[in-house]
Design a protein around this ligand. Structure first.
Ligand SMILES: *[C@@H]1O[C@H](CO)[C@@H](O)[C@H](O)[C@H]1NC(C)=O
Ligand SMILES: *[C@@H]1O[C@H](CO)[C@@H](O)[C@H](O)[C@H]1NC(C)=O
Length: 200
């Protein structure tokens, strides 16, 4: 009796493992890098079945940053819900609807901002399973690096010249003072040594 229960329990565990494993959401790339104002295409793929109907498909994509979470995309039973989208992404997200039925969530994000950097996740709900996939995006500032480096370099050199001259002057003055004090001390010692003998 207990053996049968145990067997049923094992079978239940095994079947639930198989079911959970049959539906997956993958990312085509786990890390993306882009510059400010550029565009990027993020892509997730999910398990499809023959005769997949978009009506049974819901997709919820979010961006998680250190500060907060933003909703990029909400597809409810095959229909996009623009009201769900965060203002942060307004007019900057385009979903490729043609490939959604092929098991691809392809998102085109335009006019990237550095604040778009973070963890992107997409939850896909179907009648035959639910899963999510995540990827990271790093958007770097579009400032022209070499130019800013040369300008800061020249400004540094311009600044450092008078500064170093000033320092040399200061060291000279300090050195001279030290030498003067030392010579005064030496002569004072000599007088002290000589005085007791000569003055007596
Ligand atoms: C997900 O990735 C696994 C391992 O790379 C692969 O076997 C599977 O076919 C992929 N599934 C989809 C739907 O992309
Ligand atoms: C990004 O584009 C906006 C509008 O097109 C422009 O005003 C801004 O200067 C651009 N920023 C950079 C860093 O190129």
């Amino acid at each position: 009796m207990t053996c049968r229960i145990l067997l049923l329990f094992i079978l239940f565990i095994l079947s639930s493992c198989v079911c959970a494993g049959s539906f997956v959401v993958n990312v085509t790339q786990s890390f993306y890098q882009a510059k400010e104002n550029q565009s990027i295409t993020l892509e997730w793929s999910f398990t499809t079945i023959t005769g997949l109907s978009l009506n049974s498909l819901s997709v919820f994509c979010r961006l998680f940053t250190d500060v907060k979470a933003f909703v990029l995309l909400h597809v409810h039973q095959g229909v996009e819900v623009p009201e769900s989208q965060d203002q942060h992404f307004a007019g900057r997200i385009q979903l490729d609807k043609d490939v959604l039925g092929e098991g691809r969530v392809r998102l085109h994000v335009s006019r990237l901002r550095t604040a778009d950097s973070g963890l992107y996740t997409c939850d896909v709900h179907t009648s035959y399973g639910t899963d999510s996939g995540e990827c990271r995006l790093l958007v770097s500032a579009a400032r022209d690096r070499p130019e800013s480096e040369t300008t800061s370099g020249t400004s540094l050199r311009k600044d450092s010249q008078p500064e170093s001259r000033g320092r040399i002057g200061l060291y000279c003055a300090l050195g001279l003072t030290a030498a003067l004090v030392l010579s005064l001390l030496v002569s004072a010692f000599q007088k002290l040594r000589i005085c007791p003998k000569t003055c007596r």
